[in-house]
Design a protein around this ligand. Structure first.
Ligand SMILES: *[C@@H]1O[C@H](CO)[C@@H](O)[C@H](O)[C@H]1NC(C)=O
Length: 181
């Protein structure tokens, strides 16, 4: 492990990720000037894919495969979100696939983005198939949905800040009233 310095917020994020998944945490350590350190040699697509499949394996759900058409879809959407750098519904960009979307402060790589979605696992009550009151776990449910077979994702640094937006597009769409696994 390289010696790196981390800001308290990054440090906390890493600690939280470590509680979720040790393998995620080791792939998601970022330095303060926007570069991924530990994950620098891991392609973004691989980071997204592995982090999804780690979370799926944890609950006994089959892995996803990468689909470049879905990646193009995600790139288009992430690029558009990066203009105003906030999560919003973009009426002028058609949404062909179910998505997970993300906004994060500073540089966040594919593993960190997915780790944030997977963090919602703690709010998911499988028996009731619902999220804890006032908590968000729909992104987690999308990550582990057992009828999904393919994904494609993209992260973008915002146009006028160092912050990150990201999108994953999934195929096929599922029945979202059903439990994900
Ligand atoms: C997905 O999970 C649901 C809920 O547990 C289950 O009823 C269904 O058979 C599973 N489908 C697949 C394809 O594994």
């Amino acid at each position: 492990m390289q010696h790196i310095t981390m800001s308290p917020s990054i440090c906390l994020a890493t600690l939280l990720l470590a509680l979720v998944s040790p393998s995620l945490a080791s792939a998601s350590i970022n330095n303060n000037n926007g570069g991924a350190v530990a994950a620098a040699s891991v392609p973004t697509a691989t980071q997204f894919l592995q982090a999804h499949n780690d979370a799926r394996r944890d609950v006994g759900v089959a892995p996803l495969t990468w689909n470049p058409s879905l990646e193009q879809d995600a790139k288009r959407y992430a690029g558009a979100l990066g203009i105003r750098c906030r999560l919003e519904t973009l009426e002028d960009i058609p949404k062909f696939y179910p998505q997970n979307t993300y906004w994060g402060s500073g540089y966040q790589d594919g593993a960190a983005v997915t780790g944030w979605w997977v963090y919602g696992r703690r709010w998911y009550d499988r028996r009731a198939n619902s999220c804890a009151p006032g908590k968000e776990c729909e992104s987690y449910k999308m990550v582990v949905r057992n009828t999904t077979r393919e994904l494609g994702c993209a992260r973008r640094t915002c146009r006028s800040s160092p912050d990150t937006v990201a999108v994953c597009s999934y195929f096929p769409a599922g029945d979202y009233d059903e439990p994900p696994y």
